[in-house]
Design a protein around this ligand. Structure first.
Ligand SMILES: [Zn+2]
Ligand SMILES: [Zn+2]
Length: 413
């Protein structure tokens, strides 16, 4: 079990106190919102993950997550599917895994059968997992799929959150068109089924698939993964490719000036395929979102994400943040012995032609950093980087961080 606990009892108490204080500041009654921790990108045996869905979901629940999206490739966890019981081969379902499942869910939960060549276990459907693990106000499973498409070797993967029917890859005549057609199909299903859905573009730097032009031009939606826990997804770029943070700022600068599109929001996810012990390519608990929602429901979570009431984290906890009256402010929940550098990053109106997009506007080592607007910012955002190395990093040398939503500045046209 590798998931890091998000918060100790002591820091939970300080979080509650701060939350109450912030609620008073913003005029809301204390308790009218709460932080919910969630992962929207997870794989299981339903596609290329290495564990059954019930075991995976139980691990997230037991680690304190409030919501989870199982997002297998081009499939929903529905219907009848059997998995061979074997102690060898690729993605084996070992006897010890069966014991773990039985211990967690109790006798009678496992359904197995004998076939020629050995035993098989029936994969639980989402409805069965929900029945065993969901609890009002405590844990929610949101139905999802990683719509997995490609264009001429460029991987276009988009997570569809809170859908109800499988969405096949839509194909397109370019990367940008492939993105757009899939986003349209996801949002169209939401309208047709009368439910809120959310789509996010995954791991743009996976096999260097998505350029900053593609990212900037997204029209149907405005979410992408600023952090993906899988080690093959190149969040930090390389010598010849920009990092996701650089791409994010450049894309948002173009969106706010020439393209006149809403700002893109960045999410953090695990993209967990590997669910057993070891130094893994992907695993549970590397990156997540903290959503400030009124209640634990798919509607409330999606509406809070759309309103920018969230931050993405790979370990840093934020007790509160806001953007009001000419300032962007944060309250960081500090851990003893750890320091935190907050960088306020943005683009100034005179920097569009002359400088690189996304310059450092100001930095702070305070646990209550704030940035006062100068008046010429097109947009700005905040990122907090701790002095603590991530214990199970996407890339060696990554520090635990938090990415806060970008905001339109006073110079935005
Ligand atoms: Zn993917
Ligand atoms: Zn994935």
């Amino acid at each position: 079990m590798k998931i890091q606990p998000h918060c100790s009892a002591v820091c939970l108490l300080s979080l509650l106190l701060l939350a109450g204080c912030a609620a008073a500041l913003s005029g809301d009654a204390p308790g009218s919102w709460r932080w919910l921790r969630g992962n929207t990108h997870t794989h299981t045996y339903w596609s290329d993950g290495d564990a059954p869905p019930d075991l995976v979901a139980a691990r997230y629940r037991d680690a304190g997550y409030h919501f989870l999206v199982l997002s297998d490739h081009n499939v929903l966890s529905q219907g009848e599917r059997w998995w061979p019981i074997s102690n060898s081969g690729g993605r084996p379902l070992r006897d010890e895994h069966l014991e773990q499942i039985e211990k967690r869910f109790g006798p009678g939960w496992l359904v197995t059968r004998e076939v020629e060549g050995g035993g098989e276990m029936r994969l639980k459907t989402l409805e069965e997992v929900r029945g065993a693990l969901e609890e009002e106000g405590r844990f929610l499973m949101i139905e999802g799929e990683e719509v997995t498409d490609r264009y001429q070797g460029h991987e276009v993967h988009i997570n569809a959150v809170n859908i109800g029917e499988v969405i096949p890859p839509q194909r397109g005549g370019s990367v940008a068109e492939t993105i757009e057609r899939n986003l349209d199909a996801i949002l169209e299903q939401g309208r047709r089924l009368g439910r809120p859905v959310l789509a996010h573009l995954n791991h743009p730097n996976f096999v260097w698939s998505i350029t900053v032009d593609d990212l900037a031009s997204i029209r149907g939606e405005r979410f992408f993964e600023i952090y993906n826990g899988h080690r093959g997804t190149n969040n930090n770029g390389d010598a010849s490719h920009p990092s996701l943070e650089v791409m994010w700022d450049e894309a948002n600068t173009r969106r706010i000036t020439t393209l006149r599109l809403p700002l893109l929001h960045g999410l953090a996810t695990d993209d967990s395929h590997n669910h057993h012990a070891g130094d893994l390519v992907s695993s549970e608990g590397r990156g997540w979102v903290m959503v400030r929602a009124r209640e634990l429901s798919a509607e409330s979570v999606i509406s809070a994400l759309r309103a920018g009431e969230f931050y993405a984290s790979s370990g840093v906890s934020i007790a509160d943040f806001g953007f009001q009256e000419g300032r962007y402010w944060l309250v960081i929940e500090g851990e003893e012995g750890v320091t935190y550098e907050t960088r306020f990053i943005g683009t100034r109106s005179d920097g569009v032609e002359t400088g690189p997009p996304g310059i450092l506007l100001e930095k702070s080592l305070s646990l209550r950093p704030e940035y006062r607007l100068g008046g010429d910012e097109l947009f700005l955002r905040a990122v907090v980087i701790s002095s603590k190395l991530h214990p199970d990093p996407h890339a060696r040398g990554d520090f635990e961080s938090a990415w806060l939503p970008p905001q339109r500045g006073p110079a935005a046209p």
